[in-house]
Design a protein around this ligand. Structure first.
Ligand SMILES: C[S@@+](CC[C@H](N)C(=O)[O-])C[C@H]1O[C@@H](n2cnc3c(N)ncnc32)[C@H](O)[C@@H]1O
Length: 336
C-alpha cells in the first residue's frame, strides 16, 4: 500500500508522500496542495476529523474539486477548504476513489485479442465499467520508429480514440477480439447514467489531465449506449458465481486493473488462488508488488524510462508477466 493511502500513516506524512511520489510530475496543483497540507498543522487537524481511511489526499482533493475548489495555489485552496469543509467532509464520508480510466483498455487489448475467442469478459473492480468495453473504442498504437497501427470497432471508428506508445514485440491485433458477454463486480458500482456519478468520476481526474477528462466524457457517452451488469459486492465473494453465469463455449477472461492494491495481503492471496482454481484466463494489470508472485516471476524490471516509468504496472496473464504498462494506459512495453 502506498503511504498516501495507508490509514496507519500520520496525515502530514501521507500528504508529503503524495506530493513527492504521486503528484510530482503528474499534477503541479496537487503537488502544491499536498505539500501545503503537510506543512499546515491546522488543516491536518481538520482532516484528522475524518476516519483514517478517508484522509487520503486523492479523496479529499477530489471532493474539494467536486464542490468547486479551483486548481491553483495553496493559500487560495486552503481558504476555500476552510469555508467549505462541511461539504467536503460529507463527500469524503460517502465516496471512495474509484477512478475509471478507459485508456487502460489500450494495454489490455493485445492480450485479450491473443486469446482464443469468443470471449466472455469479467472485470473485478470495474467502477463504472468503462474498461468493460475494449471493443467499442478506437486505438492508435505508435512505436518509437514512427510506425502507427490503427484499430477500430467492427462498426467503424469510435468517438473514443486511445493513444498508446508501444515498445518491444507487442502482438498488435489485426481486428477486435470477439466479446460475446461482459459483466463486472465492484464494491460500489458507479452508474454511467447517473450525472452525480459521472461528476464524481470527473472530479477524480487530476486537474491538469484535460485529455483524460475529454476521454472520460466520450467513454461515458459510448457506455450509455449499452447496459453492462456490474454486480455489487466483494470480488472474492462474487467471482465464482459470476464465472458460472458466463455462456458455455466462450473463453472466460477475468481481468482487473488498479484494483488489488485496495485489498489486504490475505485477500490478494485468496483471489489469486481463485484465479488458479476457476476455469478462466486471468489478466491482471496492477502495481509491481501487488499481485502475488508476479514481480518475482518478472525477475529484474527494465530500467525506468520516460515511456516506462518506475511506477509502471505489470500486465500478467495467468500470473506470468507479459508487459509493463503506464498506469493510465499511455504505453505498453512488451516483454520477451
Ligand atoms: C481505482 S478503481 C479502478 C477501476 C477500473 N478497474 C479502472 O482501471 O478504471 C478501483 C475499483 O476497485 C473497486 N474495489 C476495491 N476493492 C474491491 C473489492 N474488494 N471488491 C470489488 N471491488 C473493489 C473500487 O470500488 C473501485 O471502483
Amino acid at each position: 500500500m502506498r503511504a498516501s493511502t495507508d490509514p496507519g500513516v500520520a496525515t502530514a506524512e501521507r500528504y508529503r508522500a503524495f506530493a513527492e511520489v504521486e503528484a510530482r510530475g503528474m499534477s503541479a496543483c496537487y503537488e502544491r496542495w499536498a505539500a501545503g497540507v503537510a506543512a499546515d498543522p491546522e488543516i491536518v487537524t481538520l482532516i484528522n476529523l475524518l476516519p483514517p481511511v478517508k484522509r487520503q489526499p486523492n479523496l479529499v482533493f477530489s471532493a474539494a474539486r467536486l464542490h468547486g475548489a479551483v486548481a491553483g495555489e495553496y493559500p487560495a485552496f486552503v481558504a476555500w477548504l476552510r469555508a467549505h469543509w462541511a461539504l467536503v467532509a460529507a463527500t469524503c464520508l460517502t465516496h471512495a476513489t474509484q477512478t475509471n480510466e478507459a485508456g487502460r483498455c489500450a494495454v489490455l487489448l493485445p492480450a485479450l485479442a491473443a486469446l482464443a475467442g469468443p470471449l466472455a469478459i469479467i472485470e473485478v473492480g470495474a467502477s463504472a465499467g468503462l474498461c468493460l468495453r475494449p471493443d467499442r473504442y478506437s486505438y492508435r498504437y505508435r512505436s518509437a520508429d514512427g510506425g502507427e497501427r490503427m484499430l477500430h470497432p467492427a462498426d467503424g471508428p469510435s468517438p473514443v480514440l486511445l493513444d498508446c506508445a508501444v515498445i518491444g514485440p507487442v502482438p498488435l491485433p489485426e481486428r477486435m477480439p470477439q466479446i460475446v458477454w461482459r459483466a463486472g463486480i465492484d464494491l460500489h458500482p458507479l452508474d454511467v447514467h447517473s450525472d452525480a456519478d459521472v461528476a464524481w468520476l470527473e472530479a477524480l481526474i487530476w486537474p491538469e489531465h484535460d485529455d483524460r477528462r475529454a476521454r472520460l466524457r466520450a467513454a461515458v457517452a459510448v457506455a450509455r449506449q449499452e447496459t453492462v451488469e456490474i454486480v455489487p459486492g466483494d470480488l472474492n465473494g462474487q467471482i465464482e458465481a459470476l464465472v458460472a453465469r458466463a455462456p458455455a463455449g466462450a473463453t472466460v477472461v477475468v481481468f482487473h486493473t488498479a484494483v488489488l492494491a485496495y485489498l489486504n495481503a490475505a485477500d490478494r492471496d485468496r483471489f489469486a488462488a481463485q484465479m488458479t482454481r476457476l476455469p478462466v484466463r486471468w489478466l491482471s494489470n496492477e502495481g509491481q508488488s501487488v499481485v502475488p508472485g508476479v514481480l518475482e516471476r518478472l525477475g529484474e524490471a527494465p530500467a525506468p524510462s520516460h515511456s516506462t516509468p518506475a511506477s509502471a504496472f505489470i500486465l500478467a496473464l495467468d500470473g506470468e508477466p507479459i508487459a509493463l504498462t503506464q498506469p493510465h494506459g499511455r504505453s505498453l512495453h512488451w516483454l520477451g
